[in-house]
Design a protein around this ligand. Structure first.
Ligand code: ZN
Length: 220
């Protein structure tokens, strides 16, 4: 496995690579665009370490598996073990923030949903989690109202602000830690705003965390 956590400068972060815990349905406008009901609690799923790939190099898309959707999300790198953590403890355990794509095999997910089956196969496939480098949390301007966006071939597709989340970042981490222990080196993806759509080989992507960094890559 080639993925290693790294700072946005490219320097390696000395933490193990673990799991990615993802949160579905955390922005109201995205829930509406997929005709999903508003959840009572955060919807969680996990991507394994084999899903992670360095976004800055390229985004390798699977072939012949139907539509692959981009979901641009804020990523959190965890530095401490969290089990049944309070929101305060959870907030202290964030080492760094970045951006990631929760790539989704949307046709396959829709089929699984229609049958009432789990949709892990549509979310946890190899290379389904391209991640940007990370920025130390103390260098992120206002994490609680952080703006981020995704452009595809120069066109703005997704734009979000963390204060539009249904469950805030500390609330999410606290909730997750009641179900799965988070370990140093684990990542949390915090949900996607509206505007998800298909990606194709050759697409040029630009992800921006406002006031902090912009990163570009290409789908292959
Ligand atoms: Zn997502």
């Amino acid at each position: 496995m080639k993925y290693r956590h790294r700072w946005i400068s490219g320097d390696r972060i000395d933490l193990p690579v673990g799991k990615v815990v993802c949160v579905g349905r955390n922005y109201a406008a995205h829930i509406q665009e997929l005709n999903n009901p508003l959840p009572d609690d955060p919807v969680l799923f996990i991507k394994p370490a084999t899903a992670m790939v360095n976004l800055d190099q390229s985004v390798p898309l699977p072939r012949n598996r139907g539509e692959i959707h981009h979901e641009a999300e804020v990523s959190l790198l965890i530095k401490d073990t969290l089990t049944n953590a309070s929101e305060f403890e959870a907030n202290q355990a964030i080492m760094a923030m970045g951006l990631g794509l929760d790539l989704t095999l949307r046709d396959l997910q829709s089929k699984q949903k229609a049958k009432g089956l789990p949709w892990e196969v549509a979310k946890a496939f190899d290379n389904s989690c391209p991640l940007s480098g990370f920025v130390a949390v103390e260098h992120v301007k206002s994490p609680e109202s952080l703006e981020f966006s995704l452009k595809v071939n120069g066109e703005l597709r997704q734009q979000g602000t963390t204060d539009h989340m249904l469950t805030s970042i500390p609330g999410l981490l606290s909730y997750i830690s009641r179900h799965f222990t988070l370990l140093p080196g684990d990542i949390v993806l915090t949900g996607t705003p509206a505007g998800v759509g298909p990606l194709n080989p050759g697409d040029e992507l630009e992800l921006t965390m406002n006031g902090t960094f912009t990163t570009q890559t290409r789908c292959t």
